[in-house]
Design a protein around this ligand. Structure first.
Ligand code: G3H
Length: 545
């Protein structure tokens, strides 16, 4: 029996209701009995789906159970199609109020929305902690980063639109080129960043003039409830509509109508593939996808091990390894493998496991009900093929809390070698020749990022050149990550479609349209008259500051 198994119990890791800090407690369950469709919070009298926390709490009798946080509508196909009708009506073939609105006015709506949700900050952060177990610090970061993302998007759109305010004359042809919306956008966000990643597609989609059907993630759904009034009051009717219910049924049915113009999905490549195929006219569908990843870290023999350990612990275990950008496989040169594994497992051993609001907590409960069983099966499979859990207490399960497990030496026979574990299991494999690690990346189904640790310029240059056409980003002596949001977030193979960044997302959710004419006197006078009369939303030279 390990130290942790001896000392940790449900009572010591989870807590009783009265010991939860006042500001973090959930006072009343939140029953959301309406659905935002066609600009109205329409009352919902049908079936409800309970939302339970990932955290178990002890009652006065010392019994521990998941807290009921509230419930959401368990709506069906009728409501989903009503939402689609409302979105289409609002878009009105691109002639609706929203897609034709001046950019400055659309920006004003988004600013109004932002102001309103800022007042809901503490409610949203609290729900992030309870619904998905994200630490208080990271929940605050998720909210604040989203607000920054919205503001940066607004600034970027001003620049983009100001560029479109000019006319160009090329080879005797006058042109005014602007970016225009694409139509009905179906936004599906992930449970690990239920607010931030959803908003990184939702906001650019909206602000470019598209209309949206928004399906909140499986976990992290209730945190949308405090924001519904802001959605309702800040945007014209039908511009944003919510979907609730069984996504596995509703979403393919919506796609099969052929009336979805943009699929924005942060999720699995398997689902993305099925949804794209469900659309009858694939040429009419734009897909903006953030998908699976199995990012590798490669530790070269001359790496600064202290730094490599620090970055790999953060990279593999921040938010319990539930980041698409997490380091999910570590290759370490055999010359330093034992020392790296020793230091790495020591660093993992001091990570504090506990509740999201505790100071210094790193490992928190997992929201996905089947996750602990899945991770335990991965460990068993790795052990069956010769790996060992090298850290004390690694893989111990207490209710929804899974103590991180460091597996070594991992080989290609093990599930965890190729499968995206998306949780706190860290596989480490030794290598003798760097080609083995490069080959792993080349033969992977995924191509999001890698991290390389080392200092010898010629060796780093060789590895970079070998991998730069395999992944979207190579990180030198640092963990994999998405930010800063001004940088492109992309992936190859089954990891992504399209590029997201503050700037790129505006492009992803729009298409260039242009008005052109021969550069003769008649055309020039006509265009000048339209600009001076300020009667067109498209042909104008309005400049935004
Ligand atoms: O889960 C994927 C997120 O976009 C990762 O973002 O690298 O900033 O944690 P992050």
């Amino acid at each position: 029996m390990t130290t942790n198994e001896r000392t940790e119990t449900v009572e010591t890791v989870f807590c009783a209701l009265e010991s939860i800090p006042e500001a973090c407690r959930i006072r009343e369950p939140l029953y959301q009995r309406n659905i935002l469709v066609d600009g109205e919070l329409q009352p919902w009298a049908g079936k409800m789906r309970s939302v339970h926390s990932t955290i178990v709490v002890g009652d006065t009798h010392g019994r521990f159970s998941r807290v009921e946080l509230g419930a959401i509508p368990d709506a069906g196909a009728d409501e989903a199609f009503r939402a689609l009708d409302a979105a289409e009506a609002a878009y009105d073939h691109g002639r609706g109020a929203w897609p034709t609105m001046r950019v400055a006015e659309r920006i004003a709506c988004v600013e109004d929305f932002t102001r309103q949700i800022i007042s809901k900050r503490s409610e949203v952060i609290k729900l992030l902690m309870w619904e998905i177990g994200k630490t208080l610090k990271d929940s605050e970061k998720e909210f604040d980063r989203t607000i920054t993302y919205i503001r940066d998007t607004i600034d970027e759109l001003k620049k983009l639109d100001n560029k479109g305010a000019q006319f160009q004359v090329v080879e005797g042809t006058i042109g005014q080129i602007r970016r225009s919306p694409l139509g009905v956008t179906l936004c599906l966000g992930p449970y690990n960043y239920p607010m931030n990643e959803t908003f990184t597609t939702l906001i650019p989609a909206l602000i470019m003039g598209n209309v949206v059907l928004l399906k909140p993630p499986r976990f992290g759904v209730l945190l949308y409830a405090p924001m519904l009034e802001a959605f309702q009051s800040a945007f014209p009717k039908g511009v944003i509509n919510m979907l609730y219910g069984n996504g596995a049924e509703l979403v393919p049915a919506l796609m099969a109508t052929g009336r979805i113009n943009v699929l924005a999905l942060i999720g699995s490549s398997r689902v993305a593939d099925q949804l794209k195929k469900a659309h009858p006219k694939s040429n009419r569908l734009r897909a903006v996808l953030g998908l699976d990843a199995k990012n590798a870290a490669i530790i070269l023999p001359d790496a600064d091990l202290e730094l490599a350990v620090r970055e790999c612990v953060a990279g593999s275990l921040s938010f319990n390894g539930q980041r698409c950008t997490a380091i999910k496989m570590i290759f370490v040169h055999r010359a330093v493998a034992d020392e790296f594994v020793r230091r790495f497992s020591k660093a993992v051993g001091v990570l504090k496991c506990g509740m999201p609001w505790e100071d210094g907590v790193a490992i928190t409960p997992l929201p996905d009900p089947g996750k602990c069983e899945y991770l335990s099966a991965c460990i068993q499979d790795a052990q069956d093929h010769g790996a060992v859990v090298v850290n004390d207490g690694g893989g111990t399960v207490l209710e929804t809390l899974f103590r991180p497990a460091v597996l070594y030496p991992v080989n290609s026979l093990m599930t965890v070698y190729r499968e995206e574990q998306f949780g706190p299991v860290v596989p480490i494999a030794p290598f003798d020749d760097v080609e083995e690690a490069l080959d792993y990346v080349v033969t992977s189904d995924y191509g999001q990022q890698v991290s390389i640790f080392g200092n010898e310029p010629a060796q780093i240059a060789k590895v970079v050149d070998a991998l730069v056409n395999q992944v979207g980003r190579i990180n030198l002596n640092t963990q994999c990550q998405r930010g800063p949001d001004a940088f492109p977030f992309a992936g190859r193979k089954d990891s992504a479609e399209g590029t997201l960044s503050v700037h790129d997302a505006l492009r992803a959710f729009s298409i260039r349209s242009m008005v052109s004419a021969k550069a003769d006197t008649g055309s020039k006078e006509l265009i000048k008259a339209i600009v001076e009369s300020n009667t067109s939303r498209f042909i104008n030279t309005d400049f935004m500051f």
